[in-house]
Design a protein around this ligand. Structure first.
Ligand code: PMP
Length: 291
């Protein structure tokens, strides 16, 4: 499969307050964000030109930076306007939106108190999977070796670039074994989340999901909980150990990228996507376009 590299595409990218040609949105190799992981990002989707939960993403973006001890020099409103401008200029209405902020080049050591914070926003086409029948067959998921870190060892509520290091390694291992993704346990061995999505399980008309106490409480996760509530489906947020997976009938993952994606296997455990997954898949698909 040949995919056009991300630095060779057309369009504009918002960089530090201005729309610049795609090719000009560059940074120097001596950037603190690259060497020391002082970078945070967002992942959003626009449907028919409107970003789903744009304000929430912008607020999380700013919080992620604060957790890494830097401040994004733009307000939620500024960021929302910038994202809309990129979408408008690039002229494609169903896109993935990627804001990223990083510390620049003034200081190149662990401490970087005075390094300038840069912000860029790019968009690219990333169609959601429309074939519901195919989605309902479910994806196969491996169980990762790496665990989500203890909140005392990392800024786990930040969507920090550095926290994705273990996700990339875990996902690569899973893909080499033919799986679509990997389920990560947390530092205490409880079920946590996938490499870029949260996870839900279903049985007897109830949804169960791990408490987001050491990983991202995804905007999609919160949306699913709200949508389930509207249907009267109870959601139990609780500690789930891996051996309990045998007792669930259904499983799906959810995130901005994954949307709601049913799961058929996690390691040795089997699930059959059914009514709960279908309800959440349909409700989420409707919610993101309800504007
Ligand atoms: N966990 C991880 C590790 C993620 O990368 C994502 C995607 N941002 C999520 C959960 C889901 O978050 P959201 O629903 O806000 O996209």
């Amino acid at each position: 499969m040949s995919v056009l590299p991300f630095d060779k595409r057309d369009g504009v990218i918002w960089l530090d307050g201005k729309l610049v040609p795609w090719a000009d949105a560059t940074l120097h190799v001596l950037s603190h964000g690259l060497h020391y992981g002082s970078a945070v990002f967002e992942g959003e989707r626009a449907y028919d030109g409107v970003i789903f939960k744009s304000a929430e993403h912008a607020a999380r973006f700013r919080t992620s930076a604060e957790l890494l001890d830097f401040e994004i020099p733009y307000s939620v409103e500024d960021l929302m306007a910038a994202k809309d401008a990129v979408i408008r200029h690039n002229g494609i209405k169903d896109v993935y939106v990627r804001p990223i902020a990083w510390r620049g080049s003034e200081m190149m050591a662990v401490a970087a108190q005075n390094a300038t914070v840069h912000v860029a926003i790019a968009t690219w086409e990333w169609p959601s999977m429309f074939d519901v029948a195919q989605k309902m067959r479910g994806i196969r998921i491996d169980i990762a070796e790496f665990r989500r870190p203890d909140p005392q060892t990392a800024p786990v509520y930040s969507k920090a670039a550095g926290l994705y290091m273990i996700c990339t390694v875990s996902k690569h291992k899973a893909e080499r074994k033919g799986y679509a993704d990997a389920l990560m346990l947390d530092w205490q061995g409880r079920v946590a989340e996938c490499t870029g999505a949260n996870v839900f399980f279903g049985k007897d008309g109830t949804l169960h999901t791990p408490i987001a106490d050491c990983f991202l409480n995804g905007i999609t996760r919160k949306t699913v909980i709200e949508l389930a509530g509207r249907r009267g489906i109870p959601v139990a947020e609780r500690r789930i150990m891996p051996d309990e997976l045998a007792s669930f009938d259904e499983c799906f993952i959810c995130g901005t990228g994954a949307e709601v994606t049913p799961v058929s296997e996690i390691g040795p455990y089997r699930f059959t996507p059914a009514d709960l997954s279908r309800a959440m898949l349909d409700d989420y698909a409707a919610a993101v376009r309800a504007h």
